[in-house]
Design a protein around this ligand. Structure first.
Ligand SMILES: [Zn+2]
Length: 358
């Protein structure tokens, strides 16, 4: 969990000045454990033109079900969830943690694209245990485990914005397994985020004290079941923000403090990455399941038809690489803050100039 240590600065020239910032973050669910490089990896354009300011799909699922009948985005067939995952895999997406996304540590192979998978409300179809206390294959987490088993390069990464109802304290609707499920998720590479205590509507109209007690209350209950786990992300119920938006970032109630690195909204569209000037850490959009307009299936098709808008990795988690024409959209300030190198290239050039030692 020792985040970010060293930083050094050098410059290089490829017809224009490029600022290079070095560093590497390590934390609980980092996608890889590679040694800290002293410079960016060589730029390899053979896998396609990297675009590390392109958009990233952040998927927002609620209940997943194996029951027959008509379902919508909030109760989505598990078979279709599995089909979504397979489609993402075939389109070259690889899951990363929300934490890695927000901190700019986007670690997927060259030519491939990141995806962030999120679940709201701690429903049973997301994490279901069988009678022996093992993860069921017939729940979303079971599908993700199976994806990783069949495609080892598909990492077990997703975040669960849980809803600990005060009083009953049930996560994922199997009270007897509340603690085991949370522990199982964290042990298997998944993340836990805050979704408030009671999921009440009307937060926009609340006073400050009520807002912080709803948020800190959830932090406290997650901490009770997962002592020491750093809950530092939140998804706002219904995507509704309090009038005092600063309370989404930090606050304290009843002796429990919270500090969030990001806040997620409800369904909208794909998200710009942190290296983009337009990135807003406390208003990150997500996409809801389905094939209708502006739903996940629709957006995935859209991004295949508009490939220039899609995030495509350079294969180097410590370096942000974009075509020279895109450089003006980069937030150099945030790239520095995230201890990353920044480099641009001419898409028609095959060779990038090696950076000077520095
Ligand atoms: Zn919710």
């Amino acid at each position: 969990m020792n985040r970010l240590k060293t930083a050094s600065i050098a410059t290089t020239c490829l017809g224009f000045a490029v600022l290079l910032i070095l560093g590497c973050g390590h934390h609980r669910i980092s996608g890889s454990a590679h040694a800290e490089p002293l410079k960016p990896l060589p730029l390899d354009l053979s896998k396609g033109n990297p675009n590390e300011l392109g958009v990233v799909p952040i998927l927002e699922y609620h209940e997943l079900t194996v029951a027959k009948g008509t379902h919508g985005g909030y109760k989505f067939p598990l078979a279709k969830f599995r089909a979504d995952m397979e489609r993402l895999y075939k389109l070259g997406y690889r899951p990363i943690s929300l934490h890695d996304f927000v901190t700019g540590h986007i670690d997927v192979p060259a030519g491939l694209s990141p995806v962030v998978i999120t679940f709201d409300d701690a429903l049973r179809g997301q994490v279901d245990f069988d009678q022996q206390g093992n993860i069921s294959p017939n729940c979303a987490a079971g599908v993700l485990v199976d994806m990783h088993r069949r495609h080892p390069e598909w990492a077990q990464r997703a975040i669960f914005f849980v809803l600990p109802m005060k009083g009953s304290e049930v996560f994922f609707y199997q009270k007897e397994y509340s603690q085991q499920k949370l522990k199982w998720l964290v042990d298997n590479g998944f993340e836990i985020g805050n979704h408030t205590l009671h999921h009440l509507p009307g937060m926009r109209h609340w006073g400050d004290a009520r807002v912080v007690s709803e948020i800190a209350g959830a932090t406290a209950l997650i901490g009770k079941y997962l002592p020491g786990y750093p809950v530092d992300t939140i998804a706002l119920p219904f995507g509704v923000f309090p009038r005092n938006t600063k309370l989404v970032i930090s606050g304290a109630a009843n002796g429990v403090a919270y500090k969030h690195i990001c806040a997620l909204k409800a369904g909208a569209g794909p998200a710009l990455p942190p290296s983009s000037k337009k990135f807003q850490a406390y208003a990150i959009p997500r996409m809801i399941p389905g094939n209708g307009q502006f739903e996940i299936g629709w957006w995935l098709t859209y991004l295949e038809r508009h490939k220039a808008e899609k995030y495509v990795s350079d294969g180097d988690a410590n370096t942000v690489t974009v075509a020279a024409t895109q450089a003006k959209y980069a937030s150099i300030e945030r790239i520095k803050k995230n201890k990353l190198f920044f480099r641009t290239y001419q898409p028609l050039l095959v060779k990038a100039a090696p950076p000077k030692a520095g």
